[in-house]
Design a binder for this molecule. Structure first.
Ligand SMILES: Cc1cc2nc3c(=O)[nH]c(=O)nc-3n(C[C@H](O)[C@H](O)[C@H](O)COP(=O)(O)OP(=O)(O)OC[C@H]3O[C@@H](n4cnc5c(N)ncnc54)[C@H](O)[C@@H]3O)c2cc1C
Length: 406
């Protein structure tokens, strides 16, 4: 296994539980990538993929606003051009109709598996308090209700709320709200605690987690060989779950994946009581998650921004300030101070993860490209990876194959 993020660690636990001998190779430490400071949402309600009709129109509008939640570099490199071209191709109603049922099913299964993990006594802040999408703009709100219909067709419960009911439910909301939708099925967790708990559990199940081990890959015929600075080996099965870096690693063995980084930020403010359930400040695309510190004290996490094609994890103050400003527009909450973090989401142009075996190589399995949903999809992904490792061909994987991009 390469990568000790949420996806790699879930896969390690599931494979070790199935009786396989597992070694996780991680170049830094568990949670060094996107899985640490994210919003921690596990949300069947967020099953409309990023690639959907209207995404490009909205994206172009955002590009003209320096405080918008989206940033795309003005000078696009070739790979990003081709990614955007494919993204445009996938932004159709037909693609949404294919993707929504699958994403709802996988996120529901993940929520079940998180519930089972928590029931075993692992502490990672798992709660099923629902989530609420809030709106300032009546037109955005009305548009969102079409999405809600799609979700309802898949059995996702949704309660529309007018402004007074929403404010009664969540007193932190300011006046001026256009409306809100509450999704009772959604859950959330503390991602840093999750990664720590999974790494510990993997070891308890007999897996080795080897930090500080950077991996490179080499193809020898139809087999992949793993190379580290001190040794090389040809494993019976190699699972690449290295987040956005998977694409770079796999290029070395001739597997081309259109996975690009979408950098996002979070600000975690200690001692500040958050909302009673996670809130999406929809026009600003800021997620607000109530969390608890190690001593049980309240903390709140504000997460947002999508900087497409940006590979560094350095926070940019303009983006951080835009998140703080947005929070002030929706909530009576002091968003100053706090710990700032940035991570790279591994994004595919169709908004679906990549899970499966590339055709040309026999001992390779890929589990990456989870974009904005890596925490939500990690447990279900691990189950699919375990099925593939046993030689099965689960139906879900048909839309997720690495070779689907041509
Ligand atoms: C601001 C923000 C908010 C988010 N909110 C949510 C949310 O609420 N819900 C949700 O579901 N998702 C959310 N996400 C997305 C989620 O964080 C990611 O999809 C998920 O963490 C990806 O997990 P991963 O295990 O695939 O990758 P990562 O966590 O990035 O892990 C990859 C690991 O591979 C290691 N690695 C890379 N290359 C090598 C190599 N050559 N050798 C060895 N090791 C290597 C890295 O060091 C890293 O530890 C958010 C992301 C951001 C940035």
């Amino acid at each position: 296994m390469v990568g000790a993020g949420a996806v790699g660690l879930w896969c390690a636990c599931t494979l070790a539980e199935a009786g396989l001998r597992v070694t996780v190779l991680e170049r830094r430490h568990p949670g060094a990538g996107a899985s640490w400071g994210n919003a921690g949402w596990v949300v069947p309600s967020h099953s409309v993929p990023l690639a959907h009709p209207g995404a490009l129109r909205r994206g172009l509008r955002w590009l003209l606003d320096p405080e918008s939640p989206l940033y795309v570099p003005l000078r696009l490199e070739g790979r990003l051009w081709s990614w955007l071209w494919q993204f445009r191709r996938f932004s159709t109603p037909a693609h949404v109709r294919r993707a929504v049922p699958l994403l709802v099913r996988l996120q529901r299964r993940s929520a079940e598996l998180y519930g089972q993990l928590a029931a075993q006594g692992l502490e990672f802040g798992w709660q099923r308090a629902g989530s609420m999408s809030t709106f300032l703009d009546p037109q955005e709100y009305r548009g969102f209700l079409d999405e809600v219909e799609l979700l309802r067709q898949e059995g996702v419960a949704a309660e529309e709320m007018d402004a007074p009911s929403a404010r009664e439910w969540e007193p932190l909301l300011r006046a001026g709200l256009a409306g809100a939708v509450y999704f009772p099925e959604d859950g959330h967790l503390d991602p840093a605690a999750l990664v720590a708990a999974l790494a510990q559990r993997a070891v308890q199940l007999g897996a080795k987690v080897q930090s500080g081990t950077e991996v490179r890959l080499r193809a020898d015929g139809r087999k992949v060989t793993v190379e580290t600075p001190t040794w090389r080996a040809q494993p019976q099965l190699l699972v690449v779950a290295a987040g956005v870096w998977s694409a770079l690693l796999l290029r070395g063995v001739g597997v081309r994946l259109p996975v690009v980084p979408a950098k996002g930020y979070s600000i975690t403010v200690d001692g500040q009581a958050g909302p009673c359930c996670p809130l999406m400040l929809t026009e600003a695309r800021v997620a607000v998650t109530p969390l608890r510190g190690p001593d049980g004290s309240p903390r709140v996490r504000l997460a947002g921004t999508l900087e497409l094609g940006v590979w560094d994890s350095q926070p940019r103050s303009r983006r951080v300030d835009a998140i703080r400003k947005a929070v002030g527009r929706y909530l009576q909450l002091d968003p100053q101070g706090g710990e700032v973090w940035a991570g790279l989401r591994p994004c595919t142009p169709d908004g679906l993860p990549v899970v499966g075996r590339p055709r040309a190589l026999d001992n390779l399995l890929v589990a990456t490209g989870h974009g904005t949903l890596g925490i939500s999809l990690a447990p279900a992904t691990a189950e699919l990876v375990a099925q593939l490792a046993r030689g099965e061909d689960p139906e879900e994987v048909r839309l997720l194959r690495p070779d689907r991009f041509g």
